[in-house]
Design a protein around this ligand. Structure first.
Ligand SMILES: [Ca+2]
Length: 538
């Protein structure tokens, strides 16, 4: 039984009516304990912009991640794990609330966090857990103050920096400009950053685990800055993969023969801050950039190994639920794009591994489509709590245990246009195990349909293929069902804040032409819509 409910939660629950009038976020609920369930220790390892295929267990051509692989071998790999919005703050808010971005309303990296949101660790605290947050919070812009739900708090403002001092910036001739370190906020006190961030965050996490007293179960949320741009490994890993081979993936501009009906906005984004032609407004060497990313992933792998070793040494590795995942993916030239936000696989798909030999059979993989919104319900179930009814996600703990549970056919994806990055439109998509349908809102452009089994690189857009017309209609209908079911028919609108990155490279590629299929003569269009309407009435 939950004997003591967190005071903030009580206040929230009592103010349900008031809250529902001033903001649209759901109020906290009193959770039901699952009879007989053991309260497991929980360790969340969250990485930043870590795409699903840059781990050793995906048979990466050169990157080695022995510790994450060890976690995977002793647990379950969720091969179809996604985020419902591919952007740092919205995805992090979805992980911590179990809600879609259209319900938690953290839709960008700039605007304040809406009042009244409940982070799932608040429920764990109420159930008797000792909780800690270590690392990148990022929601609400420059927030590093302790947040509800965490007994122990270590964070930093915004993105943080890999190194706080000059020596770290110039790694054997590789200069990577860093923002000024604002240091850490440790339980409300300012403390300077002294070393490479991933190592320090790991030290903080281990210090907390080692220093715990009493018998409460723990929940540690280690939220890395790595591997967010501008990637920088620790000095010991610099140039580790300098000789590794990497070829920039084809784009509609470089290999038009490989692409069928890519949307205009995709072609146009190539010459933008988030495209290969004008990446971050620099003459960026994507291959070098990718190698540096992989070197930075290794530092996270080492951190994961240190945590696993500690848990093993202290006899806690078998019954601690470890969840490893990324907050969103990252493109390295696919479709001519870099960064994230869009609904392509490289952007929305993340590595995800669950490990708890006492609870989850080792050595399995699952292709069920799971997501960031499912994390809170899953971890609550692992803690013996039934998830609150308002959460959009569902617990997939049963899937990890091989139980036959009802599961979703399609996952809803959403991204809301930001003035700061005007090259990516408002996007809605549905992603099933085989097909993906993408719809854009507010732009005069093509939708997309991909058969991911035959076309995993999403180059053959089937949306106008007559043999797929029925599927397009079905998936469009499913998309709106999922939006309606989850209260998502209103587009969240946020105030303009921050810089606007609307520039294109001078002398670079001009705007893409409209798709050929848009051009019809008056004769060709004669009666077309009447015919379609008549067919629908049949
Ligand atoms: Ca991110």
């Amino acid at each position: 039984m939950v004997t003591q409910f967190h005071s903030r939660s009580i206040a929230l629950g009592a103010c349900l009516l008031v809250l529902s009038m001033v903001c649209s976020v759901p109020a906290a609920q009193k959770l039901r304990r699952i009879p007989g369930a053991k309260q497991r220790n929980i360790l969340v390892i969250l990485t930043d912009d870590h795409r699903w295929d840059t781990v050793g267990y995906m048979n990466h051509p050169f990157l080695k991640t022995p510790n994450i692989d060890r976690l995977a071998k002793g647990g379950i790999i969720m091969d179809n794990a996604f985020v419902t919005t591919s952007l740092c703050s919205p995805s992090r808010a979805s992980i911590l609330t179990g809600l879609y971005a259209h319900n938690h309303r953290v839709v960008d990296n700039y605007n304040p966090i809406p009042e009244g949101l409940t982070w799932f660790p608040e429920y764990l605290q109420d159930a008797g857990y000792e909780t800690a947050f270590v690392g990148k919070w990022h929601m609400g812009g420059d927030v590093d103050d302790p947040q509800p739900g965490f007994d122990h708090w270590i964070s930093f403002k915004g993105q943080g920096v890999y190194w706080p001092f000059e020596e770290g910036l110039d790694v054997k001739g590789r200069y990577v400009p860093q923002a000024v370190s604002t240091g850490y906020n440790i339980n409300g006190k300012k403390v300077d950053q002294k070393d490479y961030i991933t190592d320090e965050l790991t030290d903080f996490a281990l210090d907390w685990l080692e220093g715990r007293k009493g018998k409460k179960p723990f929940m540690l949320y280690l939220s890395h800055k790595a591997v967010h741009a501008d990637f920088l490994p620790p000095n010991r890993l610099a140039y580790k993969y300098d000789e590794a081979e990497f070829e920039i993936p084809p784009s509609p501009a470089t290999h038009p023969e490989l692409f069928h009906e890519p949307p205009m906005w995709v072609q146009n984004q190539r010459n933008s801050r988030h495209g290969t032609e004008f990446a971050y407004y620099e003459d960026l060497d994507i291959a070098k950039y990718y190698r540096r990313y992989c070197e930075t992933v290794v530092s996270v792998d080492e951190s994961t190994g240190r945590l696993m070793d500690f848990l093993e040494k202290t006899g806690q590795l078998e019954d601690t639920v470890i969840l490893y995942m990324g907050d969103n993916g990252f493109l390295f030239g696919e479709h001519g794009l870099i960064d994230k936000r869009n609904a392509y696989e490289e952007s929305i798909r993340v590595p995800m591994v669950l490990h708890c030999p006492d609870l989850i059979p080792a050595g399995h993989r699952s292709t069920r489509v799971v997501a960031n919104i499912d994390v809170a319900p899953t971890l609550l179930e692992a803690a013996g709590l039934a998830a609150p009814s308002y959460m959009d996600g569902k617990s997939f703990l049963g899937i990890t245990q091989g139980r036959d549970i009802a599961w979703r056919d399609y996952l809803l994806y959403e991204y809301y246009w930001e003035r700061n990055y005007p090259h990516t439109p408002t996007t809605h998509a549905v992603r099933g195990e085989r097909y993906k349908y993408i719809r854009y809102h507010g732009v005069w452009d093509l939708a997309e349909l991909y058969d991911l089994e035959k076309d995993p690189k999403e180059r053959n857009n089937l949306v106008n293929d007559p043999s797929q017309a029925e599927r397009v209609e079905k998936l469009n209908k499913r998309l709106f069902e999922l939006l309606e079911e989850s209260n998502g028919m209103d587009l969240p609108l946020a105030k303009d804040r921050g810089n606007q990155f609307l520039h294109r490279k001078k002398g670079g590629t001009k705007a893409a032409p409209f798709p050929g299929s848009f051009y019809k003569s008056a004769e060709e269009l004669q009666g077309v819509f009447q015919k379609k309407d008549a067919e629908k009435k049949k």
